[in-house]
Design a protein around this ligand. Structure first.
Ligand code: GLY
Length: 319
């Protein structure tokens, strides 16, 4: 049994471990862990307490994937519901679809009785207003938000701390593998922006036969490189989990232009062996939490910086 959660997943580790030790399937374990993160207003990039888009709205993305069946569910740009991951799971359980976004996701969440919540905290509202005052000239701000918004996404993209996600990878008692993600996305992004977290193959992928992967930070890059599916495919081709992550890092290093920034790759192989690599020395923690069967405590480890890569631009403005 294994639980690998990223740095934002700390508050969900206990719930996940309890669920795993109680014999719950990996889907329940990942959902239990992620729900704790989504509820915690101290986590500034996931669920309630997350950063809003340029319109000041908190919109959440989440996904879950079952490595036994390769079934998956995801939601994008979900507003005013506390647990995007649970709505994503119900997309998988109740619909013939994989992904719902925007108004359809909102409608479905209401239909299944998902818990509603005010997702924008006072702290984030004040931070947003302050960001606008500091970055947007007064004459533009006077017309906000009915002004061209595109320019301001390049400004917000320079702040690496404006992104973040929680990811959980589980190998349960039956050897089944699950991947789950949840995020409020890139703070002060353009309305309608989807990151990688709800995109199967980019933000997450799980396949019992080989392992699982989930990514955090610059979703624009992992979407372009198909990173999570790539890691699992490299393991399918015979790479170890670390070799697979390094190869996916090389893919990321080959990207040119667009938004280039940090990416942290979290992966486990089919036996639960972990690997966490980061593209950059981040100016904030790039640690992860790991619990494996037989361990007394959850380990808190630092991600390995993928130094074999050429240095990336990563300025946040690579037009
Ligand atoms: N990795 C989260 C996002 O890009 O939204």
């Amino acid at each position: 049994m294994t639980i690998l959660a990223n740095c934002e997943g700390r508050v969900g580790m206990d719930a996940a471990r309890q669920a795993l030790l109680a014999g719950r399937p990996g889907l329940d374990v990942a959902e239990a862990g992620i729900r704790e993160v989504e509820s915690d207003v101290n986590v500034k990039s996931v669920g309630r307490g997350g950063g809003p888009n340029l319109l000041g709205e908190v919109v959440c993305d989440a996904a879950i994937m079952d490595g036994r069946t390769l079934k998956a569910g995801s939601v994008g740009s979900l507003r005013q519901f506390l647990h995007a991951v649970s709505v994503a799971r119900q997309v998988m359980e109740r619909l013939p679809h994989v992904m719902l976004v925007g108004d359809g996701a909102h409608r479905f969440a209401g239909e299944i009785g998902a818990e509603k919540a005010e997702m924008l905290t006072d702290e984030q509202r004040q931070k947003h207003e302050q960001w606008l005052r500091e970055h947007v000239p007064a004459d533009v701000l006077a017309g906000w938000p009915n002004v061209p918004l595109a320019e301001w996404t390049w400004v917000s993209g320079k702040d690496y701390a404006s992104g973040g996600t929680t990811t959980f990878l589980i190998r349960d008692a039956e050897g089944n593998i699950t991947a789950g993600t949840s995020t409020s996305g890139w703070a002060r992004s353009y309305p309608g922006r989807l990151g990688d977290s709800p995109i199967i193959g980019a933000g997450l992928y799980a396949d019992n036969r080989y392992g699982a992967c989930a990514c955090t930070h610059t979703g624009e890059m992992t979407i372009r490189a198909g990173t999570s599916r790539a890691v699992v495919s490299y393991m399918k081709a015979g790479a170890s989990v670390r070799e697979a992550c390094l190869e996916a890092m090389r893919d990321l290093a080959s990207l040119e232009g667009g938004q280039l920034g940090p990416v942290v790759i979290h992966a486990i192989d089919r036996g639960g062996e972990p690997c966490v690599l980061t593209t950059h020395e981040l100016g904030f923690p790039s640690s992860y939490f790991l619990w494996r069967e037989g361990a007394q405590d959850v380990a808190h480890e630092q991600a390995e910086v993928a130094r074999s890569l050429p240095p990336q631009g990563g300025t946040g403005d690579m037009r």
